[in-house]
Design a protein. Structure first.
Length: 380
């Protein structure tokens, strides 16, 4: 039977017109197949983007995926593009457009240009720098300080370091220094008060921030220095397949109990975020929030925070703004950081003028700085 069909096909292709018809038919079939593949690829990226942003830490699987390099999800693109381009250039560029949209909307690429500080009389502007100095690998922060000229520097993982900065070389202009727990503030403005901020958690009160009150150009402002507990150990514990319980542990399945146990860690993290945001809502002063949130941009926790506060990178940054991990051999991230977990957020009525992330320093975290402006007429 098969031999008979192949013989008939061979006879038909001996005719020039038949060969052309056959080739045209094959190309048309390939183009239809590539159109379908392009549609599936686009839907796949949309699905990933939706799952990360709107489900994120609410599910073990998507929470784990948040911490992977965004390029992992784009791996099919170069192969699909190369195969598609000779046959259907419109679909090839549709694929590129879908990938570009993913880079912009999910991976957080920004195009903002630096702006001038508004010349509003009596307005207050300042530059804030944040840095988690844990595992700093003895790399100096001074080049970034000199390039950004901050008015305020907040440090995490800096317990007991406040007094040492008072006399340290390169920090002479920061005449006001305060430390609370692991949180340190170096300021060119008077520090009026400081206190540790705790939120409820399943293991008792969690000290996730320090609140500093300052006087800047005759105006009182509040500054929250944040460091949320790292998920590193939890991620390692589920990396060998435990993260799949988010898909396999549906109610009524044998894995449902295991899923509930693992999900509780993320649910607690979300509750801590909501409790902290509730404190911010009650803040009577114009306030800024910055530090290491250990929550990747584009996830559900970041969406909760950026829904109430202005993300400085999103508002006025450029590039990806990745801050972690500063040292990596991961080829998928081009041996550089692939997550943005350190942030500067502005509460109303602050305006973000410019935001910059440190480049090319082999420290576990990269520092970031933002210039912000508080209008004269601003009130909380």
């Amino acid at each position: 039977m098969l031999d008979h069909l192949l013989q008939r096909l061979g006879d038909a292709l001996r005719d020039e017109a038949s060969r052309r018809t056959f080739i045209s038919g094959v190309i048309a079939w390939i183009r239809r197949a590539l159109t379908i593949l392009t549609a599936l690829f686009t839907l796949y990226l949309v699905g990933i983007a939706f799952a990360l942003r709107f489900i994120g830490e609410h599910n073990i699987t998507t929470a784990f995926l948040l911490y992977l390099p965004g390029t992992v999800f784009l791996l099919p693109l170069p192969f699909l593009f190369i195969v598609t381009l000779p046959f259907h250039w419109r679909m090839a560029f549709t694929q590129l457009a879908a990938g570009t949209a993913f880079v912009w909307l999910v991976m957080g690429w920004q195009f903002h240009q630096p702006e001038a500080v508004p010349a509003t009389a009596g307005g207050t502007s300042l530059t804030l720098l944040t840095y988690n100095r844990g595992e700093h690998m003895n790399q100096s922060l001074q080049p970034f300080i000199q390039s950004t000229n901050p008015d305020l520097i907040i440090l995490q993982d800096a317990k007991g370091r406040a007094r040492g900065f008072q006399d340290a070389k390169g920090y002479e202009t920061f005449s006001h220094v305060a430390g609370v727990g692991e949180f340190t503030l170096l300021s060119r403005f008077p520090i009026l008060a400081s206190e540790l901020v705790t939120v409820p958690s399943t293991k008792g009160p969690a000290p996730i921030a320090a609140r500093f009150e300052l006087e800047v150009a005759g105006r009182r402002i509040a500054l929250y220095n944040v460091h949320v507990l790292t998920p590193r150990d939890h991620l390692r514990s589920i990396a060998r397949g435990g993260f799949l319980y988010g898909l396999l542990g549906l109610p009524g399945t044998p894995f449902a109990a295991k899923r509930r146990v693992l999900q509780e860690w993320w649910d607690d993290r979300i509750r801590q975020t909501d409790a902290f945001l509730a404190l911010c809502e009650k803040e009577p002063l114009p306030f800024l929030v910055a530090g290491d949130f250990n929550a990747p941009a584009g996830g559900a926790i970041h969406r909760r925070i950026s829904g109430r506060l202005t993300d400085a990178h999103t508002a006025a940054g450029r590039g990806f703004g990745f801050t972690f991990p500063g040292v990596t051999r991961n080829p998928l991230s081009l041996r550089g950081p692939w997550m943005r977990i350190d942030y500067i957020f502005a509460g109303k009525p602050w305006q973000v003028i410019h935001c910059l992330t440190e480049k090319d320093r082999p420290s576990q975290h990269r520092a970031m700085a933002a210039t912000l402006f508080l209008p004269l007429s601003a009130t909380r």
